[in-house]
Design a protein around this ligand. Structure first.
Ligand SMILES: *Cc1c(COP(=O)(O)O)cnc(C)c1O
Length: 237
């Protein structure tokens, strides 16, 4: 099995190649290493190999790792990419740097109220249900503009852009062109918000299986888990 260091190198190579093919500068695409289900030791290895941004899905699991890796702060950025319930917003506002999964105004309001004054604004993205998956979290595309305008006014948050998790099954046999559909839809949505006057710079889309398609459509941050850390055990039923 390849090591975390080798995997990171391979993922950086994929990002560089995808940027070259898209005529983009690789410095425009940030890599978020998704460490969910892997321990603090794995994060430490990735950090030693140059990774600086880490994505977590489960709040309690993330807090344990943030604690265990406190000696690496402030060189590590912690990004919450999983669902966020109202009863967890306080610890998230206190301990994370980014939240990609804001899908309601009420969650954003709580995060802004609870962000400690000693910290810089919390960086946030709105999660969009871009391909209409019935069970998926995320705002409906039609609802995004109103929520984005309201979130952009909250004092202790900085609205950076949009995040989506396209349905993986939709793409596996599809052509590269067809796979870009949801990525393109998210890009068009962010462009419309910019035209409306919101200063957004982040398109958080693309994972291990589809980062090339995402970069071709303008992703500025790709969230890569299994291609770096290996396959995960299935989530508890
Ligand atoms: C797990 C997860 C990822 C990483 O997925 P991989 O397929 O392992 O790269 C990215 N984004 C979100 C929201 C996730 O939950």
């Amino acid at each position: 099995m390849a090591s975390i260091e080798e995997n990171l190198e391979a993922v950086r190579g994929r990002i560089a190649r995808a940027c070259r093919e898209a005529g983009r500068d690789p410095s425009e695409v940030a890599l978020l290493s998704v460490s969910k289900t892997f321990g603090a030791d794995a994060v430490r290895i990735a950090h030693a190999a140059g990774a600086r941004r880490f994505g977590e899905n489960y709040v309690q699991e993330a807090l344990d790792k943030i604690e265990a890796l406190a000696d690496l702060r402030p060189a590590l950025e912690w990004h919450l990419i999983g669902p966020l319930q109202s009863n967890k917003t306080r610890v998230v506002a206190e301990r994370f740097d980014w939240v990609h999964s804001v899908d309601r105004l009420k969650i954003a309001e709580r995060l802004s109220e609870q962000r400690p004054a000693s910290l810089p604004p919390l960086e946030v993205c709105l999660q969009v249900n871009i391909d209409g998956g019935p069970t998926k979290s995320g705002l409906r595309p039609e609802a995004v503009a109103d929520v984005a305008r309201a979130v952009a006014r909250l004092p202790n948050l900085r609205l950076r852009g949009l995040m989506a998790i396209p349905e993986p099954t939709a793409g596996f046999d599809a052509s590269f062109e067809a796979r870009r559909g949801p990525h393109r839809a998210l890009r068009l949505l962010v462009e419309r918000l910019r035209a409306d006057g919101l200063a957004l710079d982040t398109l958080s889309i693309g994972m291990s299986a589809d980062l090339e398609a995402a970069i071709a459509e303008g992703a500025t941050l790709v969230r890569v888990g299994s291609a770096i850390f290996g396959s995960r055990p299935p989530p508890p039923a």
